[in-house]
Design a protein around this ligand. Sequence first.
Ligand SMILES: Cc1ncc(COP(=O)(O)O)c(C=O)c1O
Length: 433
Amino acid sequence: MRRSSVWHPYTQMSEWDSFPNIVRGEGFWLVDSDGNKYLDGVASMWCNVWGHSKKELISTINKQSKKIIHSSLFNLTNNQAEDLAKKLVGISPGMSRVFYSDNGSTAMEIAFKAALQYWQNIGYKNKTMFATLQNGYHGDTFGTMSVGFVPVFFTKFKKNLYKSIQIPFKNSYKITNIEEYYSQTLEKIETTLAKNQNIAAFVMESGAQIAGGVNIYKDGFQSQISKICKNHDTLLILDEIATGFGRLGSLVEYTAQKSRPDIVAYGKMLTAGYLPMSATLVTKKIYDSFLGKYHQMKHLYHGHTFTGNTLACAVANQNLELYQRTNLISKVRKTAIHLEKRLKELYTIETVGDIRHKGMLAAIELVSNKAKKTPKSFAKSTNKIVFDEAKKHRIYLRTLGNIIMLVPPLAMSQKEIDFLVDGTIKTIKNISK
Ligand SMILES: Cc1ncc(COP(=O)(O)O)c(C=O)c1O
């Protein structure tokens, strides 16, 4: 353990005297300076794919580092960035160009700027509004908070955010008639887009909302929204930062959802969680609108120091090759069946109100009253209580409020999944006493 001089993210620092001090990764295990090992149950914030010591990725980092670590995309290009762009376009139906940045929030900011400017480029001055579903999450910057407004995270900043249209959308756990609720939501989206000619784009997480409480969409929902957007000449921006690259069992989630975005953002698992990097992809229609004579000022005024970082692109290229070579997605689908079977055991625990699961993602909602679905609370944050207990069972867990998240690295074996679920069961039982 180590006393920390760091201000840790989303953390009430007064609850922590010290933190496990991670010094090494061994496969799916994190090793601390006291020699303790923890199985990484949250894929180091939902991004790790192969565990922490994948030799092919380490070798790519070593090899590329000897050539060049970072060269800019301002006036220059490089093979790594070019090859990756081709690969990303190749796996993303309908997409034509790639804009790189360093994290999910910036990838979404770029999506927003590209959408707003697209309309101006083609002569529409008033399309300045975003519509979205309540409880979507797109990052922690001001633009992303304005669209992905999760009240519990962002209410304190509300006065500084720009306006967006938030379509009511409840978590499936809180809905009694799912069919009816979804069809009413689709109707609301349709009437909102029909009524408001100023909407530039509809923005949503692809496949499921995650940080806003884990809400996995009903089949057909996203494809219906995609159709509604096309019918009303509204751009569709999909956020695959958390769900792309296999988290829900498909390499590109929007193809599984039978939807067609105009803009899509990838992050997290793009580099297998080894280096910070994200990508915003756009269709030819969007990209072409930015072309013109220089003095027309149609080009995109956006760029980061590390846009298209060479080392990160090299790792992402190698990562994508490994997905193909090992047929990772079909392995994920098999492991997901095993995970689902094991998760059913948790329903017998009095404090488990609901389990939402798809692919390599599970949300276990803790309640104090199953019938009333009352969220379970403790004197300290649920995260601290769960983390401290899980540590005793050699697993690393993090919660979202009263929801325990199991987000294992995609390549984790069934044996390790068993270790994770066993530890989670013991953790929940012990904290529920
Ligand atoms: C769906 C989604 N979009 C965007 C982000 C923001 O990504 P980052 O934390 O890399 O800025 C996240 C992060 O969890 C996310 O889950």
